[in-house]
Design a protein around this ligand. Structure first.
Ligand code: GLA
Length: 386
């Protein structure tokens, strides 16, 4: 990491003739709790050692000039006459964050920025939140303004909701801001309180990238969100005080099953049972009961496959293959869905074996290659010393 940050600082000095600060924000893998965040529920992600770095230095004016080393493109904005709407460009995440910081009361200085990332793009590992949070950290640093992790997570989520147009929850931005090395984070997405959950030293989080990203994933995501909102609307006829599916117990949902269209019922069932599974998985990890944690992860995959219908044959294949290997406690799709990655909770001794089985089995079944990453949970956003 420090070598990459140093390379970035050298590139910055070459392009802009000044020494920058370097801000870092990680991608994430979610152990369990999918689509529960926008239902005011629970999630348990960990920050990855893949991250986005933003090198920055202040300008005397109110302009932002940002160069992406990944895209090899530069964009410029004037904070005093910003674009009114997003344009579908990578820079939407940069200007969107700057605008939301400004509308939240942070008055920013202009800045020159270079962004670089090794978070795989489009793999469901939250490359966009890593970009948002690392840019937010860089802009605040250059403006001598404080970086309050939970506040900034909410502002970056708003950039994505209101500027980019993706109705995501807060999980990805939260873990990018607040992650802790060696730990997952149990987040209550209603109160925004969180608790560190240690990943025992004998365990590994093994990520397998299916390499597929199904079309319309963004549209399907928003449709799932609407189905949950419809569920709340229908259920509130019977349980007046509910504000979100977080407030509905599995027993209450079962009691009203016949009052709901089957599709809405199944969407709701995923959320209410997933919330219970997150709490069970956190309890089990803390108690050293890895078998129970893995059981919750496997059940989560089935629920995403059958009830929420956000998996696809490729990730079903990867999760199914991993679940059969000795030393694997559990395996499931991670992230928004319709492709992307699986995450498996694995004993360190089994990493090589499960990796080989996934690579060979996936190629035989689909003709595709899977990339495997063994992840060490890392810290959330911060400055990198160069
Ligand atoms: C995406 C969103 C998150 C969350 C997950 C699904 O990553 O950005 O807010 O909803 O999907 O759990």
């Amino acid at each position: 990491m420090s070598v990459q940050a140093r390379d970035l600082a050298v590139e910055f000095a070459y392009r802009f003739g000044r020494a920058p600060t370097v801000s870092r924000a990680p991608g994430r893998v979610n152990l369990i709790g999918e689509h529960t965040d926008y239902n005011d529920g629970y999630v348990m992600p960990a920050a990855l050692d893949f991250a986005t770095l933003t090198a920055a230095s202040q300008r005397p004016d109110r302009r932002l000039r940002v160069y992406s080393m990944i895209m090899d493109e530069t964009r410029e904005f004037d904070l005093d006459s910003p674009p009114a709407a997003s344009s579908g460009d990578w820079s939407d995440y940069v200007i969107g964050v700057a605008l939301m910081l400004e509308t939240s009361g942070y008055t920013l200085s202009g800045a020159d920025l270079i962004v670089w990332s090794d978070v795989p793009i489009g793999a469901g590992l939250s490359s966009s939140a890593a970009l948002e949070v690392s840019v937010a950290h860089a802009l605040l640093t250059q403006s001598d303004l404080p970086f309050d992790p939970v506040t900034i997570a909410r502002i970056c989520q708003r950039a994505e909701n209101d500027f980019v147009g993706m109705r995501c929850g807060v999980m990805d931005q939260y873990i990018a801001c607040c992650g802790a090395a060696g730990h997952a984070l149990l987040i209550d997405c209603r109160s925004l309180a969180s608790r560190h959950v240690a990943i025992a030293p004998n365990l590994r989080l093994l990520i397998a990238n299916s390499g597929v990203r199904h079309q319309h994933a963004g549209g399907e995501y928003n449709l799932r969100r609407e189905a949950c909102e419809e569920g709340v609307r229908l259920l509130s006829r019977y349980f007046g005080s509910i504000r979100a599916l977080r407030d509905v117990t599995p027993r209450q949902l079962e009691a009203k099953r016949r009052k709901l269209p089957d599709l809405i019922y199944r969407r709701c069932r995923h959320i209410v049972t997933e919330n219970a599974r997150v709490l069970e998985a956190a309890r089990a990890l803390e108690a050293g009961d890895f078998v129970a944690c893995g059981r919750a992860m496997n059940a989560s995959h089935v629920s995403m496959q059958k009830d929420f219908e956000i998996t696809c044959p490729e990730v079903d294949m990867l999760a199914g293959l991993a679940q059969t290997v000795e030393g694997v406690y559990g395996s499931r799709m991670t992230g928004g869905g319709f492709g992307g990655c699986t995450v498996s909770l694995v004993e360190a001794f089994a990493v090589d074996k499960v990796s080989q089985i996934l690579v060979d089995g996936y190629r035989i079944a689909t003709g595709l290659d899977t990339d495997i990453f063994v992840c060490a949970p890392s810290d959330g956003a911060g400055l990198v010393l160069v």
